[in-house]
Design a protein around this ligand. Structure first.
Ligand SMILES: C[S@@+](CC[C@H](N)C(=O)[O-])C[C@H]1O[C@@H](n2cnc3c(N)ncnc32)[C@H](O)[C@@H]1O
Length: 177
């Protein structure tokens, strides 16, 4: 997959949510995770992060949007449920992107929205959990940029088979098996 991405949140207050964002970001191949004006005590975030992503993926804490420093060419993409936002299923993700989510209580600040090159929304009837919203955005990026091609017309996988013998992937194999 070409390019890179980062994921973060503004004024995040629950360490569990930051931990979940870190873990999911790590799993989807994020280059780094960031927060703007976040809760500083990360103890619980590390505890929530069962993949130990906090030690595996760079984490940047900035105190304000003005302090945020993104790599050259990296576009900031706001994730917020607003009338003007582009619906995620029809959004073309920038190859180099940093996705920024809002806090658990409230929305992305006007300053943050102003700095965004794009704002996207997930087509839900109401706001969902911030870490879940982040996971859906990362999944959508993966889906649209992963080179999977069109889905088959008939239910099932691309080769037409409906059931296959399932063998655990290498990441699930027990050592020595
Ligand atoms: C739980 S929501 C914020 C709560 C909500 N604004 C409120 O006070 O009722 C936390 C963050 O998740 C993201 N989010 C949740 N649902 C979303 C959606 N459907 N589309 C885009 N972003 C969403 C946004 O970044 C939002 O700021």
């Amino acid at each position: 997959m070409r390019g890179f991405f980062a994921i973060g949140s503004e004024r995040i207050s629950k360490p569990m949510n930051l931990g979940a964002l870190m873990r999911t970001g790590h799993a989807f191949g994020a280059s780094f995770v960031f927060s703007i004006d976040a809760e500083r005590n990360l103890k619980e975030a590390y505890a929530a992060d069962t993949s130990k992503s906090a030690g595996q993926i760079p984490y940047y804490q900035w105190d304000s949007i003005d302090e945020m420093q993104l790599p050259k060419g990296c576009q900031l993409v706001g994730v917020e449920l607003t009338d003007e936002a582009v619906e995620l299923p029809v959004f073309r993700h920038p190859p180099q992107a940093a996705y920024i989510l809002g806090p658990e209580k409230g929305n992305l600040s006007a300053v943050a929205i102003e700095r965004c090159a794009h704002v996207v929304k997930i087509p839900t009837r109401f706001c969902i959990n911030v870490s879940l919203a982040g996971a859906l955005v990362m999944y959508d990026r993966h889906l649209s940029m992963g080179g999977y091609g069109p889905r088959p017309i008939m239910p099932g996988g691309p080769d037409g088979s409906r059931r296959r013998k399932h063998v655990p992937g290498p990441d699930r194999m027990k050592p020595g098996s």
